[in-house]
Write a protein that binds this ligand. Structure first.
Ligand code: ADP
Ligand code: MG
Length: 382
């Protein structure tokens, strides 16, 4: 192995020089930073394959640096090795708690460091390489600017409609980590969730069998992963766990439907990073239309391709703004309009997907159209 980019962060010039020379001799491309701030700047300029950081530094210490890397969807999975003269059990545990992959006491045993770097780089490549080499299925992200517009309803029913074709293997990930209700709409009660995955399993130990413990299957065959089973557990969900779950689900699915909360949180941005198609759901009411314009603007700014975005108006009530006004509002014709039906709430109350319970309902038919349009926006098997 050679040429991997390693960023080394330490406030002591002497140590920087020493380690830079040693890493260079081992064939790594080394960048140096003298504190956490500098490190963040360097990482933004060019993401390294691995970060080695001292803990005690002025301006921003290694713990804070690691915390920030873990919280950002662009850097959450970069391996971090902490080096520190502080080697009490407490210090080591704090380092791991902030997201360090390895904690090595100073003075550093170079052979140990070399071995750890080697293992971490291999693991990082195996984890991120999966997405580039083995493409897997398509990720379809359901977004909305304002809650209560039927996003979860449409995500669940699209998943079920795709699965019912029996052509596609379908997964569903609920990124509503605080108040997720996708499993409930499918008559499922999560035992293990993304929150459990985040704290229970090391990425290197997550083989297919281990991962399957976090996934439930509904009656139509959709494999469902819940965000968390209680709001208190939501904060345990890490960005890298969500990324890993999406990677894993797509390896065994043609479509992975991802339901999201109405915010551009780091979890949602992590989904957007890998989304092959996006479904934006809006209700035909001014507050929701306004929030949807903002959502479409964000997608625009992130240069998300328009041809992979579906705009869906969901009539969650009998009233609402007329269609031609909506089209003018967005400067674009919505791809689909789901009619209002009281049967939606009925299905929700019975914990069954609406389109299964009320198959002949007009809204159920349009939801199946939505599933069909998803397969056009993101064709399977590419
Ligand atoms: N087409 C529809 N007609 C009537 N009610 C709907 C329709 N779509 C969704 N609903 C209802 O709207 C409410 C909010 O739906 P939900 O999927 O939880 O929204 P969100 O995920 O956007 O917050 C639910 O009670 C659901 O049954
Ligand atoms: Mg929802």
């Amino acid at each position: 192995m050679a040429g991997e980019k390693i960023l080394f962060v330490d406030d002591e010039e002497q140590i920087r020089k020493l380690l830079a020379t040693w890493l260079g001799r081992h064939g790594y491309a080394v960048t140096l930073a003298s504190d956490g701030w500098e490190a963040l700047k360097a990482i933004r300029a060019a993401a390294p394959d691995l970060v080695i950081t001292d803990v005690n530094m002025p301006n921003m210490n290694g713990l804070e640096l690691t915390r920030r890397l873990r919280a950002d969807h662009r850097t959450a999975r970069i391996p971090v090795v902490m080096l520190s003269a502080r080697k009490q059990a407490d210090d080591v545990l704090t380092g791991y708690a902030e997201g360090a992959d390895e904690y090595i006491p100073k003075p550093v045993e170079m052979a140990v460091l070399a071995a750890k770097i080697d293992v971490l780089l291999k693991r990082f490549k195996a984890v991120t390489g999966q997405t580039t080499h083995k493409r897997g299925g398509n990720i379809v992200l359901f977004l909305h600017g304002k809650g209560g517009v039927g996003t979860t309803t449409l995500a669940v029913n699209s998943a079920v409609a795709l699965a019912e074709t029996t052509i596609y293997r379908v997964g569903l990930l609920d990124l509503n980590v605080e108040f997720g209700n996708a499993p409930m709409l499918m008559d499922l009660k999560p035992d293990k969730t993304l929150a459990h995955l985040a704290i229970e399993t090391e990425p290197s130990e997550l083989d297919d069998v281990a991962f399957s413990r976090y996934v439930m299957q509904d009656r139509t065959g959709v494999r469902v992963m819940a965000g968390s089973d209680m709001p208190e557990r939501a904060e345990l969900v890490t960005v890298s766990a969500a990324q890993q779950a999406m990677d894993r689900l797509k390896q065994t699915s043609d479509y992975v439907i991802v339901d999201t909360p109405a915010t551009f949180s780091q979890l949602v941005l992590a989904g957007l990073d890998v989304a092959d198609a996006v479904v934006v759901v809006t209700a035909p009411h001014l507050p929701s239309l306004k929030a949807t314009t903002d959502t479409l603007e964000v997608l625009d700014k992130l240069v998300y391709p328009k041809e992979r975005t579906l705009l869906v108006v969901n009539r969650t009530s009998e009233s609402g703004v007329e269609m031609d006004r909506i089209a003018r509002f967005f400067n674009r014709k919505p791809d689909l309009v789901i009619p209002f039906t009281p049967a939606c709430d009925d299905a929700a109350d019975r914990g069954r997907p609406f389109a299964v319970l009320h198959r002949e309902n007009a809204a159920a038919k349009v939801m199946r159209d939505l599933a069909a349009q998803i397969t056009v926006a993101a064709p399977a098997g590419r």
